[in-house]
Design a protein around this ligand. Sequence first.
Ligand code: ADP
Ligand code: MG
Length: 315
Amino acid sequence: MYKSFFGLKENPFNVNPDPRFLFLTQQIEEALTGLMYGIQTRKGFITLTGEVGTGKTTLINRLLDWLHHRRARTAFLFNSRMNSNQLFDFILAEFDIPCDSKSKSQQLMKLNHWLLERYRMGETVALIIDEAQNLTYPVLEEIRLLTNLETSTDKLLQIVLSGQPELEEKLRLPQLRQLRQRIMLRCRTTPLSHEQTKEYIVERLKIAGAAGEPIFSTQAVDTVHLYSLGIPRVINLLCEHSLVNAFAEQQRPIQSKIVEDVAREFQLDEVEPIAPNGGSRIDTDVYNSEAFIQNLGEALSRFRLSPSTTTRQRK
Ligand SMILES: Nc1ncnc2c1ncn2[C@@H]1O[C@H](COP(=O)(O)OP(=O)(O)O)[C@@H](O)[C@H]1O
Ligand SMILES: [Mg+2]
């Protein structure tokens, strides 16, 4: 509905982790290169961690595109709430490995055999698990066993665990010491700086077809950064709703007040803004404060659940 008003071909701030929209900052590029390098050189076990909404799933989708392009075999598990039997069933099904037996040792043997074949053919095989902070200890223990599948020189299966910072905490527990020792590479996603937030918004608008006059005023962009603290998912939420509201008011470029109203609507204003004139520093204390995380969680769940916001968004 607002698209023609703003001269756009598609919705610029869709919440889907669409790799076409991937915005590469130096940090994100480092994480992506790390993942590619780790898999290519058969490092075996890699983690990707970052706060909710900082782009892990988007990055993984880009990684999967890259892997498919190179004809690698991949299993992508995004439902991490599973038991260890389900883990093996999922892996075999994802790799298309026929196995009649439900016995874990049989399944592991089949998998090992199949992996050796792929290895001889020079093929890469990667298992990627998203939302890995939800994995239980027994499942993480099975994953440790999977890291044992190797030749004398190389790991046969490349494993990426991606998750929120709780994953790192979990892996620090004494009972997971053995698994932790196998992590060969740690990659991270981080919130965007003030400057990066500006570029991110411009870039997404451009990919969605924007040309010519700016859609957001400089102050409006500053306000987006102020309330989102550079978290892409929150930037998208603020920008999407600002576009809808500005269209209703036929306002272009979008002024700061519109963004502030959206932030208030989602209760993102309940944490004191920390950079009054759009200063570029993220105050980590505020970012880590419980109040902020709670607000963010609430804002996001309201965003996902509220029928009025989703219908408004789709128009
Ligand atoms: N680097 C990025 N480039 C483009 N969009 C991004 C980027 N990082 C995050 N996003 C957007 O932010 C939202 C949340 O990203 P997502 O990958 O789901 O985060 P996470 O998996 O860390 O919770 C998605 O809509 C995604 O499109
Ligand atoms: Mg995700």
